[in-house]
Design a protein around this ligand. Structure first.
Ligand SMILES: [Zn+2]
Length: 290
C-alpha cells in the first residue's frame, strides 16, 4: 500500500473506541521497528517525526523510508509531522510526501490559532493531507504548575467546538493534563474534560504525552474519544538503553549492526505493547474494508 492520510484510520478508531499508536522515530531502524510491529500485529500505524528530526534527516529521506514501510507492511500507514509552527516547513513536508501534519499555533490567542490552522487546511486540502491542531497547552514535565494556572492551560470544551466549526480541522489535540516527557508522579488527566470535549467534537481527538501514562488511564482516555496516542520519549529511551547495554558489555564494539539490531528489537517490542494498549491490534482490516 501507499502512504495514506491518517484521517480515515483515525475516524475508524474513534468510532471503534480504540486509538492508533503514533510513534516518533529518529532513525531508519526506529522506523523499521514500528513498521514491523504494525505488520506483525496487523495494526494501522502513524509514523511521526518532529521538526528537529525533519531538519536532521531531511523530509525527503523520511518520506521515502516511510513509503517503503507502507508498501512492506501491507497495513494502513500514515506519515505525520508533529508539532510544527512553521507554515513553510509544513508545505515542504507535504511536497516531500507527508500525509498528515500538525500545525501547533496553540501558543497564540484563539483567533490567531484559527487563522494559522485555516491557512494550513487550505494548503493540505489539495494534497488530501490530514491536519491536526492543538488547543490549550500540553505541559512539559519540568513545568511546576499550580492548580489555578493549570485550569487556564487546559482546553476549553466550548472553544474546542468553536475551533472545529471555524477551521474544519480533521483531528484535534486538546490539552487535558498530559505532559511531554516522562512523568515524575502519576499524570493528572482531566477525564471529565475529555468527556465534555468529545461530546461537542465528533472528530478524532489526539492524546499527546503518551509516554508513561498508566495503562488504566490510557484505556479510560481512549474509551472517551482519544483516537490517536503519541509516543515519543519512551521509544527513545528503549532505543538508547539497548545501545548502552551493548557498550556496557562490549565497550570496544565498532560494528553499528551489533548495537543497532538490539536497539531496533527493543523499539519493536515496545511498539507492539503500545499497540496492544491502544486496542489497535488487528484493526488494519477495519480501514481497508471501510
Ligand atoms: Zn505533543
Amino acid at each position: 500500500m501507499s502512504l495514506q492520510a491518517s484521517t480515515e484510520m483515525l475516524q475508524a478508531a474513534r468510532e471503534g473506541k480504540y486509538a492508533v499508536a503514533a510513534f516518533n522515530v529518529h532513525t531508519l531502524e526506529m522506523l523499521q521497528a514500528v513498521a514491523e510491529a504494525a505488520a506483525e500485529t496487523q495494526s494501522p500505524l502513524i509514523i511521526q517525526s518532529t521538526v528537529g528530526t525533519v531538519n536532521h534527516l531531511g523530509p525527503d529521506y523520511i518520506a521515502a523510508a516511510a513509503a517503503v514501510a507502507a508498501k512492506r507492511t501491507g497495513t494502513p500507514v500514515a506519515l505525520h509531522l508533529d508539532h510544527c509552527t512553521d507554515y513553510d516547513l509544513i508545505v515542504r513536508c507535504i511536497r516531500a510526501g507527508y500525509t498528515s501534519v500538525m500545525i501547533d499555533a496553540s501558543m497564540y490567542p484563539f483567533e490567531e490559532n484559527v487563522a494559522r490552522t485555516a491557512q494550513v487546511m487550505a494548503a493540505a486540502a489539495a494534497a488530501g493531507v490530514n491536519v491536526e491542531a492543538e488547543l490549550g497547552k500540553v505541559g512539559g514535565v519540568e513545568d511546576d504548575i499550580v492548580v489555578d494556572e493549570r485550569d487556564a492551560l487546559l482546553a476549553d470544551p466550548d472553544e474546542c467546538a468553536a475551533f472545529m466549526a471555524r477551521t474544519g480541522v480533521h483531528t484535534l489535540a486538546p490539552a487535558i493534563g498530559t505532559a511531554h516527557g516522562i512523568y515524575k508522579g502519576t499524570p493528572n488527566i482531566d477525564f471529565a474534560r475529555i468527556a465534555r470535549i468529545a461530546d461537542l467534537v465528533s472528530a478524532p481527538l489526539v492524546l499527546h504525552g503518551g509516554s508513561g501514562i498508566p495503562a488504566d488511564q490510557v484505556r479510560q482516555a481512549v474509551s472517551l474519544g482519544m483516537a490517536k496516542m503519541n509516543i515519543a520519549t519512551e521509544l527513545r529511551i528503549a532505543f538508547s538503553d539497548a545501545i548502552k547495554q551493548v557498550f556496557g558489555r562490549l565497550p570496544d564494539e565498532n560494528d553499528p549492526r551489533k548495537y543497532m539490531v538490539p536497539a531496533k528489537e527493543a523499539v519493536k517490542r515496545l511498539a507492539m505493547e503500545k499497540m496492544e494498549l491502544c486496542g489497535c491490534v488487528g484493526k488494519a482490516a477495519n480501514i481497508v474494508n471501510r
